[in-house]
Design a protein around this ligand. Structure first.
Ligand code: PMP
Ligand code: GLN
Length: 388
């Protein structure tokens, strides 16, 4: 694991804390989620429900997850065999990768790539093969995917809505992806943690709902984003029973089980009426608008996110303190807390080779989170106005 450094999220959050900066870096809200969710966890603690949950998760939560997949997406799952609870989506992803990757196997992920996939594939002695999404739209290119497939390719990872670009894979992209997967007899892990944070009328479609894909897809999600409880670390996996069993064998040797009272809270959240969950998405859309419009009026070239907690901006036009333009995003983010009191994340960390000529803008792209309250975003923007 030597090539892995301290994660960028810890580095930038620590830097922001040290300088008393407003963190628009690591994605987490500064307010908590629906009262019903919080109250259900508090009630569980109060009534003494504080011991180990079953390894696969509380039956009531597994039923709530199965019902969520049915009522939102029409998927029919057995809560006893096709659903498992995990310590966040991160553990779900890592346990799945450790269960499914043999040494030397290749795993394809779209790039820019969320960081935890590479770590897990490396722990499994596999190799992560990034396939670039096409900037500036970040759409998926089937020819590029086909070219990356070898006889060692084991499965691919699809993250939609996508961190950091905010791209939501549309039905045409998903259909093309499913065609490639079926043609090459592959399997897919999907990371759908932002499934309810989609904006402007875009819709999230789980890949497993496409014809022929239910048996080829392990779907992963998490309560952290939807219910603004990122510190609870309650995630889940749904998919074919044999794969869930295999992943259960790795998960039982990682955490075995976690967060019993929080599992009660999340079961209450998943049972909320659809309108309530849609309203959460609308709140984050308003925050996205506030941040994206604010950054645009400050002169940044902003990529309009279709979903997620994030907005990406090109800082190419901003001058550094020596008056030079073409500021490197990493350097910019390391100086920003001290210069104006704001934290951000350089998008280059999501790329294996940020200098690939395929997209010369990568080094100038900076990810800001729109997960914060309007007040925090507004203050962050006022501070950013202090840049040259
Ligand atoms: N996948 C993506 C794309 C994420 O952005 C994150 C972080 N929020 C995670 C997984 C991790 O989710 P969790 O906190 O539930 O482990
Ligand atoms: N997913 C969050 C982000 O992208 C952070 C999660 C983490 O700190 N690992 O900002």
């Amino acid at each position: 694991m030597r090539r892995f450094e301290n994660t960028i999220f810890d580095e930038m959050t620590e830097l922001a804390t040290r300088h008393g900066a407003i963190s628009l870096g690591q994605g987490f809200p500064d307010d908590s989620g629906p009262a019903e969710v919080l109250d259900a966890a508090v009630a569980a603690i109060g009534r003494g429900d504080n011991q180990y949950a079953p390894g696969r998760g509380l039956p009531s939560l597994r039923e709530a997850i199965a019902e969520h997949q049915r009522s939102w997406y029409g998927l029919d799952l057995d809560p006893d065999t096709e659903v498992m609870v995990s310590a966040g989506a991160t553990e779900a992803m890592t346990a799945a990768i450790l269960a499914l990757v043999e040494p030397g196997d290749e795993v394809i992920a779209f790039e820019p790539t969320y960081d935890c996939y590479d770590g897990a594939v490396t722990m499994a002695n596999g190799v992560l093969r990034p396939v670039r999404l096409s900037a500036p739209e970040y759409r998926f290119d089937a020819a590029r995917l086909r070219a990356a497939i070898t006889e060692r390719t084991r499965f691919l990872i699809l993250n939609s809505p996508h961190n950091p670009t905010g791209h939501v894979f549309d039905d045409q992209e998903l259909a093309e992806l499913a065609d490639v997967v079926i043609e090459h007899d592959l399997f897919v892990l999907t990371d759908e943690v932002y499934e309810h944070l989609v904006f402007d009328g875009h819709t999230h479609t789980p890949l497993s709902t496409l014809p022929g894909m239910a048996d080829r897809t392990l779907t992963i999600s998490s309560a952290g984003k939807t219910f603004s409880v990122t510190g609870w670390k309650i995630g889940w996996l749904t998919g074919p029973a044999d794969v869930i069993t295999a992943v259960g064998r790795t998960k039982q040797n990682m955490t075995f089980t976690n967060g019993t009272p929080f599992q009660h809270g999340v079961a209450a959240g998943l049972a909320l009426p659809h309108e309530r969950i849609e309203a959460i998405g609308h709140t984050f859309q308003e925050r996205r608008d506030l941040l994206a419009d604010g950054l645009t009026s400050l002169g940044f070239d902003v990529h309009p996110a279709q979903g997620t907690y994030f907005v990406t901006a090109d800082i190419g036009g901003v001058l550094d303190d020596a008056g030079r333009s073409e500021w490197d995003g990493m350097e910019f983010c390391r100086r920003l807390p001290e210069l104006v009191g704001v934290g951000a994340i350089p998008a280059q960390v999501f790329y294996a080779d940020p200098d690939d000529p395929a997209d010369p803008r990568v080094r100038h792209l900076v990810r800001f989170t729109c997960s914060k309250s309007a007040r925090t975003i507004t203050t962050g923007l006022e501070r950013l106005a202090g840049l040259r």
